[in-house]
Design a protein. Structure first.
Length: 248
């Protein structure tokens, strides 16, 4: 099995994005607003909203920003429609990409995403072309703490409905079915665990090592271009990124 930490892979991939907090928060706020518009403002009954709020908190988005996004959803303009679209494609050296978007103009977004893949030596594929290489899972990460008993945490996670429990270098990592993510997350919080981060994400089943220098440069540029697009919410890939790049 790969030793990759599922949560830290996503966290590290967002390293460059985090330097531009405003853009990140704008995307997170849009996801919250749309979730409210489609399912109401009660996170206990709207799992999409609960997940969007959890994602925002994991990125240290201020509570005031979250509250404003919820209010914006409640007062959203009639006729404005956003939809979630996931594009699949091939990056340099046979890497696989899943690009999750939230857009009010899918023609614009599709054209942008196709352009990025073409520009950086990849190509946008059809639905299902690489999706089978990923598993859709909820992932919860809890930082190591001397007060945490590993066996007790594992039992609490499994009793709450988790599928798997792993010990990583600096954290405990809990995997759930997407539909059980919020239930398990809330169960662990109720049990007194904090320093929790979580998200529902696409997890690569295997990773691809890339050694060609041109391919490496194009991979970085492709990811940056996708991340920088306002319509792109998440970028998942199976590139086995070197540790030294993760820590920059």
């Amino acid at each position: 099995m790969s030793g990759h930490s599922k949560w830290s892979n996503i966290k590290n991939r967002k390293g460059k994005q985090d330097a531009i907090r405003g853009k990140i928060f704008t995307k997170l706020a849009r996801a919250i607003t749309v979730a409210v518009r489609e399912g109401g403002a009660d996170a206990d009954y709207n799992s999409s909203l609960a997940t969007a709020i959890e994602k925002a908190k994991a990125q240290n988005m201020p509570n005031d920003n979250i509250d404003r996004a919820i209010k914006a959803g409640l007062g959203a303009l009639e006729g404005q429609h956003f939809e979630t679209i996931t594009y699949e494609g091939y990056g340099p050296s046979g890497t696989a990409f899943m690009v999750q978007c939230l857009t009010d103009n899918k023609n614009r977004t599709a054209a942008d995403v196709r352009h990025y893949f073409s520009k950086y030596n990849g190509n946008l594929g059809t639905t299902g072309c690489v999706g089978y290489l990923f598993d859709r899972k909820g992932v919860i990460s809890i930082e190591f703490d001397d007060k945490i008993d590993e066996d007790t945490l594992m039992m609490a996670a499994l009793e709450a409905g988790a599928e798997d429990f792993e010990v990583q270098d600096e954290s405990y990592e809990i995997t759930t079915a997407p539909e059980d993510f919020i239930t398990v997350l809330n169960g662990l919080k109720s049990a007194g665990y904090d320093n929790i981060k979580g998200d529902v994400m696409y997890i690569p089943q295997t990773y691809v090592k890339v050694e060609d220098e041109d391919a490496l440069k194009n991979l970085g540029k492709l990811i940056d271009a996708l991340d920088d697009n306002d319509d792109v919410q998440e970028v998942y890939h199976n590139w086995d990124e070197p540790e030294e790049e993760d820590e920059e």
